[in-house]
Design a protein around this ligand. Structure first.
Ligand code: NAD
Length: 340
């Protein structure tokens, strides 16, 4: 298959590209390499793969004509390119809009005019559900929990875009969903929770779990915003890529659908009250942290209800939080040079 991955040099993109390359697909990464360090991801994949098994187009998703040219004849378009931080979106909402909303629209149009009716997979976000103000949350000693949602937040939760990032990703999410209805494009929307794994160049504003590991291994200052009891469901990147591949395989069922995707209730952790002690036991030492107030739009708890993906596609995450954190810690410790 001919596979085009926008944002293919990024964390999720390079992990997905590796898997498509291993299957023998003809893979193109389309990325403007704006995220610091991602060129190293491309070099890493080059070292692993036989020559010619993938190529990189260094270009921007805001450039509609280059994207359209890249998409001609494509069988699968995995659209991952994006401005990924809420904080950056607040500082520069126009760029955020242009990359996420317009960039996604450009990718859809590129797919629609590609001449090959590609499968179109889109990495949306759980942020499209907003702050979930009306859901009752209870406080426990180390974490928050939903009082009435034991399985987590389902796809039927009303949308409530919050922050420019929420709006731009949400606009993309709705366009992708609607292109299936209006044009019959075989699109699938994945509303992803926190994804983590190797090749993630986490920073304070995005990729929190990788960031805490990188900062603690490199002995950089860590700030905990809020009370550290915020709960996230976390999903190992290979489990996410399994889902992408399953959706391609079962596209007759997946096309036109929206899926919440995360670790689900079995793979949750609170960002510092629970993660901190685990990290300290991995490192064998205390990790000093500073505290600061809550950040705007920071949900006290988000846990995905992933049962729709299991029911329709037979997908379930496999990697436990303990195992994932152990592997990611080893990767960070073994690749300190990547983090300056
Ligand atoms: N990582 C997560 O936890 C998570 C959670 C929910 C949703 N997502 C979504 O998944 C996608 C991939 O996330 P990631 O974690 O791999 O992020 P990432 O920053 O590692 O990868 C994004 C890639 O897109 C590229 N890019 C950015 N703007 C571009 C543009 N205008 N044109 C071309 N390329 C551009 C960057 O250079 C980078 O390589 C994003 O759309 C993100 O919103 C990620």
């Amino acid at each position: 298959m001919k596979v085009l991955i926008t944002g293919g040099a990024g964390f999720i993109g390079i992990n997905a590209a590796k898997r498509f390359v291993e299957r023998g697909d003809d893979v193109t990464l389309y990325d403007n390499l704006c995220r610091p360090g991602v060129r190293g991801n491309v070099d890493w994949l080059s070292q692993l793969s036989r020559p010619g098994s993938f190529r990189l187009i260094e270009a921007d998703v805001r450039d509609a004509s280059r994207l359209a040219a890249a998409a001609v004849g494509t069988d699968v378009l995995l659209h991952l390119a994006g401005q990924v931080a809420v904080t950056t979106s607040v500082l520069d909402p126009r760029s955020d809009f242009e990359t996420n909303a317009l960039g996604t629209f450009n990718a859809l149009e590129a797919a629609r005019h590609s001449g090959s009716n590609p499968i179109f997979l889109f990495a949306s976000t759980n942020k499209v559900y907003g702050e979930l103000d009306e859901i009752v949350v209870e406080e426990e000693p180390t974490r928050y929990r939903f009082r009435d949602l034991p399985h987590g937040v389902p796809e039927t939760q009303p949308l409530d875009f919050h922050s420019p990032y929420g709006c731009s990703k949400g606009a993309g999410d709705q366009y992708v969903h609607d292109f299936a209805r209006i044009y019959g494009l075989r699109t699938v929307v994945f509303r992803q929770s926190a994804i983590y794994g190797p090749r993630q160049l986490g920073v304070e504003d995005q990729g929190w779990l990788a960031w805490f590991l990188i900062a603690s291994v490199c002995e950089r200052p860590i700030t905990i915003y809020g009370d550290g009891k915020q709960v996230r469901d976390v999903l190992w990147v290979d489990d996410l890529v399994d889902l992408y591949l399953t959706a391609v395989e079962k596209i007759d069922v997946a096309a036109g659908e929206v899926f919440n995707v995360g670790g689900g209730p079995e793979r949750t952790i609170s960002v510092w009250s629970e993660f901190g002690p685990m990290l300290e036991s991995h490192l064998g030492r205390k990790v000093p942290v500073a505290s600061a107030g809550w950040r705007p739009g920071d949900q006290k708890i988000f846990v995905s209800d992933c049962r729709k993906a299991e029911r329709l596609l037979g997908w379930k995450p496999r990697t436990s939080v303990d195992e994932g954190i152990r592997i990611l810690h080893e990767w960070v410790a073994g690749n300190r040079a990547l983090f300056g």
